[in-house]
Design a protein around this ligand. Structure first.
Ligand code: IPM
Ligand code: MN
Length: 367
């Protein structure tokens, strides 16, 4: 029997609702796999933690994450107005999420842009563009670049307010994420799109040098270099031309949201954030305060993050595949939630009912 300790960081907004469905799934997976035991540890994170303890990432949560085998995070953040109730440095993005990424050096962010035919109707793209379906693994560097660089604001010698932010990468940081890109490419179609902006940014010049160097270790992988702005266009025009895409932090932030748009919703994009020792898993969408508490948020992205955790942290690849299939099966049967679909387009069910249906499907699959 293997026991896995999982820290659950439900967070704010719709976080607790979608997390409840993830927990349902985990309990079922535990029941189906007699040799696996999950120890679930619920802890505070985000605005909810700030209001309870004065810290968005409290020490108790850090301790729970430190001892966990994997971390499953819901969503964090408040509406623009409510955010003002929290001092800038304790606002959940700056006070909890970025420190979580830094603490575990989760440099590799995997965002599957997966749109099989069964859920292609969610995409705003024409059927002729979606073709047989979209299946991209977008890999984003997650702990470097502009988001983590030194920042300075002040008044300059001309009396004007100014801001100075720095984009820094060293070759080791680039190399480790580029390697991840190559390794994932080797397991997939052996074609990697390297996203850069070397016609302007020196950081991309260094990035591309490292890609060239690392390519020597992966001679079978074809590297296609593409400027980030062009990649944005092609993601819309011809998304099926991509398989693995690798890029730095801010490019990945923006292109992965665009990819969410291509799927039809960020609610259809789970994610994994992998560090050298620890990984955490989270839906790519935000806390959606406008629909929180209504029971209409689709838990696909949250449950998909469980699937990624099963595969990447616990080596349960088969069960992860089953879970993906179970989720798709619910959509194939014509069910959806009202955040994703209108009445008439689908049979609308609640967040909890959707989670129940996923569990019903999973329960019927051979382990
Ligand atoms: C994401 C989010 C975060 C990011 C925010 C909440 C800081 O948008 O995970 O993409 O920009 O990395
Ligand atoms: Mn983002």
């Amino acid at each position: 029997m293997t026991t896995y300790n999982i820290a659950l960081l439900a967070g704010d907004g719709i976080g607790p609702e979608v997390m409840a469905e993830a927990v349902k799934v985990l309990k079922l997976v535990e029941k189906r796999n007699a040799d696996v035991n999950f120890e679930l540890n619920d802890v505070l994170f985000g605005a909810v933690a700030y209001f309870a303890t004065g810290k968005a990432f409290p020490d108790e949560t850090k301790a729970a994450c430190d001892k966990a085998d994997a971390i499953l995070k819901g969503t964090i953040g408040l509406s623009h107005e409510d955010s003002k109730k929290i001092p800038v440095d304790e606002q959940p993005e700056r006070g909890a999420l970025l420190p979580l990424r830094r603490r575990y050096n989760t440099y590799a962010n995997f965002r599957p842009v997966y749109l099989p035919k069964s859920i292609a109707h969610f995409s705003p793209l024409k059927a002729s563009v979606v073709g047989e379906g979209i299946d991209i693994m977008l890999i984003r560097e997650l702990v470097g670049g502009l988001y983590f660089g030194k920042k300075e604001t002040g008044i300059n010698s001309e009396g004007k307010r100014y801001v100075h932010e720095t984009l820094e990468y060293d070759e080791d940081q680039i190399r480790q994420i580029v390697r991840v890109g190559f390794e994932v490419s080797m397991k997939r179609k052996k074609v990697m799109h390297n996203i850069h902006k070397s016609n302007v940014l020196k950081s991309s010049v260094l990035w591309n040098e490292i890609v060239e160097e690392e390519k020597k270790n992966f001679p079978e992988v074809e590297v296609i270099n593409i400027l980030v702005d062009a990649a944005a266009t092609y993601l819309c025009l011809k998304p099926t031309m991509f398989d693995v895409m690798v890029m730095e932090n801010m490019f990945g932030d923006i292109l992965s949201d665009q990819a969410g748009g291509i799927l039809g919703s960020l609610g259809l994009m789970p994610s994994a954030c992998k560090g050298p020792e620890k990984s955490y898993y989270e839906p790519s969408h935000g806390s959606a305060p406008d629909i929180a508490g209504k029971g209409i948020a689709n838990p696909y992205s949250m449950i998909g993050s469980v699937a990624l955790m099963l595969e990447m942290s616990f080596g349960m690849e088969k069960e992860a595949k089953n879970l993906w299939a179970a989720m798709q099966g619910v959509f194939e049967d014509g069910y959806s939630t009202s955040d994703l679909s209108k009445e008439g387009d689908a049979n609308l069910v609640s967040t909890a009912e959707f989670g129940d249906m996923v569990c019903e499907k999973l329960a019927k699959m051979p382990v």
